[in-house]
Design a protein around this ligand. Structure first.
Ligand code: FAD
Ligand code: FES
Length: 278
């Protein structure tokens, strides 16, 4: 069992948990993920590592309570335990010395982006960071990202804070030359940013949250097409060069279980979130 030693609500339905997992903490790198299970009947949920504390032996991860399992996880309190916390899985993000790096984060993904940004900064890169959220209230990790940025932008879908949407990045890209870009967020956002960086041939690393089951290359659930080849996001990624990713295929594969997911979430809500775990 893995104890949740700290839990914080970062924004409505977005939580940060710190889990006691010294073995995972010792091996973790930015960009990698864990797969959690609440109990022996629970679904496997991949979550990206948002930081580690080697002294405490803890791993932090932020999650958006969007469906049945993440809503159940939102009800697990600090001091309680979950059954599985497997990792670190996947390859680390590229965090070497590039020069000037553009980082773009959306919603809950700003937390793991901060782990990547901190390491890129330590490695001597200059960082231009844009943090985005649906509204001002949905923004997470904006202060933390600002603290590691040389230039910092905020954007919201409704314009309640900073720029309205990410279109302003087109001007940023026109006026400044970047050596590398990293984008973490919903797939539609990854696709949009890549379309803006493509004319400059800017290598734009994106983290692909394709549907995953085992996370170890056995089931094939997470397959994506990158550069015309089939790749497994769990083993070959989850970070890929967005210039090569078939985003439309990824978006349609992510929707495959939408009716079942909506139904499970609805039943969970109707039962007041009071059903037993599993
Ligand atoms: C490598 C990776 C890293 C991720 N990191 C984070 C993170 O740091 N924070 C965060 O909030 N979310 C992250 N996700 C997405 C997260 O795993 C899903 O939101 C979660 O599985 C939803 O489960 P659910 O039962 O609550 O909701 P469901 O109702 O089952 O699903 C809601 C939506 O989540 C996605 N999803 C469902 N099951 C999976 C699955 N097994 N694998 C991937 N996506 C799924 C689908 O798009 C679905 O429409 C990550 C996904 C991957 C693959
Ligand atoms: S999740 Fe099964 S192969 Fe990647």
């Amino acid at each position: 069992m893995y104890k949740i030693v700290a839990k914080k609500e970062l924004a409505p339905n977005i939580y940060l948990i710190e889990v006691a997992a010294p073995d995972v903490a010792a091996k973790a790198n930015p960009g990698q993920f864990v797969i959690i299970r609440l109990d022996d009947k629970g679904e496997r949920v991949p979550l990206t590592i948002a930081g580690v504390d080697l002294e405490k032996g803890t791993v932090a991860t932020a999650f958006h309570a969007v469906g049945r399992t993440t809503k159940k996880l939102a009800k697990v309190n600090a001091g309680e335990s979950i059954m599985d916390f497997s990792g670190p899985l996947g390859n680390p993000a590229e965090v070497g010395k590039f020069g000037k790096v553009l980082l773009v984060g959306g919603g809950v993904w700003c937390a793991p982006l901060h782990y990547v940004a901190t390491t890129l900064r330590k490695n001597g890169n200059k960082l231009v960071v844009a943090a985005a959220g649906r509204t001002e209230n949905d923004m997470v990790y904006a202060d933390e990202l600002k603290a590691v940025s040389d230039v910092f932008y905020v954007a919201t879908d409704d314009g309640s804070k900073g720029s309205e949407g990410l279109d302003f990045l087109a001007d940023v890209l026109k006026s400044e030359k970047f050596d590398h870009a990293v984008v973490m967020g919903p797939v539609s956002m990854l696709k949009k940013v890549v379309e803006m960086t493509r004319p400059y041939g800017l290598n734009t690393m994106v983290t692909l949250a394709s549907l995953m089951v085992d996370g170890t290359g056995m089931c094939g659930a997470c397959r994506v097409t990158v550069g015309g080849e089939t790749k497994f996001a769990c083993m070959d990624g989850p970070e890929f060069n967005g210039l090569d990713v078939d985003f439309d295929e990824l978006i349609s594969r992510q929707r495959v279980y939408l009716p079942e997911e909506r139904m499970a979430s609805m039943i969970y809500d109707k039962l007041g979130g009071g059903v037993k775990r599993g």
